[in-house]
Design a protein around this ligand. Sequence first.
Ligand SMILES: Nc1nc2c(ncn2[C@@H]2O[C@H](COP(=O)(O)OP(=O)(O)OP(=O)(O)O)[C@@H](O)[C@H]2O)c(=O)[nH]1
Ligand SMILES: [Mg+2]
Ligand SMILES: [Zn+2]
Length: 386
Amino acid sequence: MQSVPRSYFILHTSYSKKTSEQDNDGPAREQIRGAHEDRDLTRRKLTKRRDRIPSALLKENPDEAIARVITTEGFYYVLRVEDGSEIRARTYKGTRSANPNATLVAIGDNVRLATPSPSENQDGSTHDYLIEEVLPRHTKLSRRAAGRRDAFEQVIVANVDLLVIVVSVGKPKLRSGIIDRYIVAGIEGGLDIVIAINKIDIAPEKEMDEAQYFQDVYQEVGYPVHLLSAINGSGIEGLKSEIAGKTSVFAGHSGVGKSSIINALLGREAAQTGKLQRKFKGGAHTTASSTLIPVEAIPDTFIADTPGVREFANFELDPQNLKFAFVEFQKYQERCAIPNCSHTHEPGCAVRQAVEDDKISIDRYSNYQKLFEEAKKEELTRLYNQ
Ligand SMILES: Nc1nc2c(ncn2[C@@H]2O[C@H](COP(=O)(O)OP(=O)(O)OP(=O)(O)O)[C@@H](O)[C@H]2O)c(=O)[nH]1
Ligand SMILES: [Mg+2]
Ligand SMILES: [Zn+2]
């Protein structure tokens, strides 16, 4: 569990009360909320027996009990507490958040629990903890919430160090657009970035050439790129050294092999993969919800598996700032004729010249153009809605 200077959060954050505007991508919070009328009563009902309370929560001041969210389970969140034990908890109408207009509880969040009060529990029944407050996020991977027009941030995972962007050479076909979307989101969220190109065991020569081409493109920009096969294990050791000692989130299209790679890294079948699931579902999306999995063999190492996406919509793309996420542009942009050049249509643009001279990858540049257009449209919508 990440150690957080508790007094800092308690003294310096402004908390927002949860409102009905806040998101619902965790357990079915609406239903939970409807069932709760009285905070104290609920707390009394949900208090665990003393002998079931992990020692980490039985401190002198249990108000400071901080736990980390590792996954969701039906209506509940599964949390890991300091001593490594796991408990179940849920939000209630009094749950506070330091992260307004965003997912209330995300995988990786540090949360403060309601004080466990064993004395209140007279009937000996097994109950759950309540999440009193969600602490500020140091880093995050976010996307724009689907089907919402307002600026609502869907946080896929919080407080992680590294984003591993997974694509595959085939089934599904490698497209660089999604890589750059994730890079932009990773930079926004404060994450380091690594790219994994999977399924090299089934790549015909043409696809393999393409994989190597993109490996060169992204390594040139500064992102490590690993060519992998989760099936035959090739390249797995290289990726393992990349994730050691960190908390990583694996993200990418559905079916690229995120869960299979995670299993190969762990050396056990911890994450559910397509093969198993096909018997039941037949459809694409195999991983249903994000989960933070400890890598037992490497100290302080965790991996978050996430459900695959069909599309990844960036949260609050800003046309003015987007160019800074394309780090290789920096070297050239001071030579652009127009200050604040967007590198899209202006005369005397040094970035476009660098693309023509093959110094900047045409794929990166065209991904930038697409994202820029999208950011412009979003900006117009924002202005229109004001
Ligand atoms: N040939 C080959 N197949 C692979 C490889 N990695 C994964 N697969 C297969 O690809 C399919 C999807 O793998 P998953 O690991 O479930 O993919 P995922 O990215 O976790 O998918 P979602 O959970 O839906 O997002 C399964 O049938 C895997 O067996 C690989 O390196 N080579
Ligand atoms: Mg999966
Ligand atoms: Zn320019």
